[in-house]
Design a protein around this ligand. Structure first.
Ligand SMILES: Nc1ncnc2c1ncn2[C@@H]1O[C@H](COP(=O)(O)OP(=O)(O)OP(=O)(O)O)[C@@H](O)[C@H]1O
Ligand SMILES: [Mg+2]
Length: 406
């Protein structure tokens, strides 16, 4: 599984300069785990952090100019941190798997004289133990630079090619990150691999209303951002492996309060609907009749059971619309799922102490504003005594609610 061990964001809205986890310049820091929860008062940058992931994904998909306008971002000037003299920049510290060398991806987005956003700089680096310094295998400034083919090789800071095959590169379109173009070519193995990781991100904005809309017949492997294709995903899982799917449903039904059984029902036109049996009723209800909370829980559990899961999933405030007593369980299921399978990394923002109660202080980040109004990020475990108290059995959400930290 590909994993982000750390992220650095500069000049993205309130996130003027934050680091979470390990980065190339801060390798002494603890890497992010499989679950990262983000908490903090309103207006302190949680959604902006989620949106930063969405922004990077959008830059790849629709280009930086459109990404600045998409998702109500309002254009480059609006998203740039107020008062910032430098452009927006991101640094991802990424590891393909636990045995591979970490790589760093840097993406700097600025505006040209006409005020149009473009990719000012992009770099992929890795650190070779033997050499002891980072080597770049992609380095583009204003669309010009070089890339290295194959699985090894790169150039050091002084411009020496240490090994590998270097190719001069000039992009014809600087509104799209170079990794999109180069990652589509077979010879740039490492770029291709990294790009496919970025493309596998899933940013979840589940809306029960969307899940109730009439859905087409087509089976689809993944839930879309709003969960409007919940039956299509179920249909896909049903078609791929009926037995497996029934097992998944069995596991999910035991976690949905009040639900005794879930079964797929196939119609003549090929469409599949899910039927939910509730305690006290002989006849099942179709998914369109289920409550917001049940649909939401169902969607989350379906997400956790994806066969070839998206490698990075970001969920904003999963507690919305859910009964508070379900939250500790949901949090525990999510944590167990990502820690047990090591197939996906989960980022979650939350306002719920009930949800946080099930989490480890090392996995929870508190976002707060500093004197100047910009976001700072600190792990719950770094607050005095929080880790110790948690180890003694005091629940983290209770500490948070009592303002012990955060
Ligand atoms: N360009 C900018 N520069 C600096 N700060 C900004 C900029 N744009 C927005 N902000 C700040 O970011 C805040 C919004 O942050 P965000 O939506 O990420 O908060 P949140 O932690 O998700 O809050 P909630 O808990 O209410 O969802 C605004 O209230 C504003 O203070
Ligand atoms: Mg928010």
């Amino acid at each position: 599984m590909g994993k982000i061990e750390g992220i650095k964001i500069q000049n993205y809205g309130p996130l003027k300069d934050i680091i979470m986890g390990r980065t190339l310049s801060h390798r002494e820091l603890q890497p992010l785990g499989n679950l990262t929860a983000i908490i903090g008062p309103s207006g302190n940058g949680k959604s902006t952090l989620a949106d930063a992931f969405g922004f990077i994904a959008d830059c790849l998909e629709i280009g930086v100019e459109a990404a600045c306008d998409a998702n109500n971002r309002g254009g480059y000037e609006r998203i740039l941190s107020q008062g910032a003299a430098e452009p927006i920049s991101f640094e991802l510290y990424y590891r393909e798997n636990s045995r591979s060398t970490p790589i760093t991806y840097e993406l700097v987005i600025s505006i040209d004289k006409m005020g149009r956003p473009y990719v000012q700089q992009e770099r992929l680096r890795y650190r070779v133990q033997k050499i002891g310094r980072p080597l770049s295998f992609l380095y583009l400034q204003n669309g010009k630079g070089y890339a290295f083919e194959g699985k090894d090789g790169g150039q050091d800071e002084d411009g020496n090619v240490v090994s590998g095959k270097k190719v001069e590169v000039e992009l014809s379109d600087i509104r799209k990150p170079g990794i999109v173009t180069l990652g589509a070519m077979k010879q740039y193995d490492r770029i291709e691999q990294f790009l496919s990781f970025l493309k596998s991100w899933y940013l979840c904005y589940f809306s029960p209303d969307a899940a109730r809309r009439l859905q087409t017949v087509a089976p689809q492997p993944y839930l879309d951002r709003i969960g409007s294709n919940i039956n299509n995903v179920a249909q896909y899982m049903y078609r791929e492996n009926k037995k497996d799917f029934e097992k998944v449903l069995g596991q999910i039904q035991s976690k949905l309060p009040g639900i005794t059984r879930i079964e797929p029902k196939k119609f003549e036109n090929g469409q599949m609907m899910l039927r939910f049996w509730e305690k006290g009723f002989d006849e099942p209800f179709y998914s369109s009749r289920m409550s917001d909370g049940t649909l939401k829980l169902f969607a989350y559990y379906l997400l956790l059971h994806e066969k070839n899961p998206r490698e990075l999933v970001f969920i904003e405030e999963p507690e919305n619309g859910l009964y508070h007593h379900y939250l500790a369980n949901l949090a525990k299921e999510m944590a167990d799922n990502v820690n047990g399978s090591n197939k996906k990394q989960l980022f979650i923002t939350t306002h719920s102490p009930f949800f946080v109660n099930a989490l480890n202080p090392k996995d929870v980040w508190v976002l707060k504003k500093d004197e100047e109004g910009y976001t700072t990020a600190k792990k719950a475990s770094e607050y005095d005594f929080v880790q110790e108290l948690s180890e003694e059995g005091v629940a983290l959400g209770d500490m948070w609610y009592s303002r012990y930290f955060g």
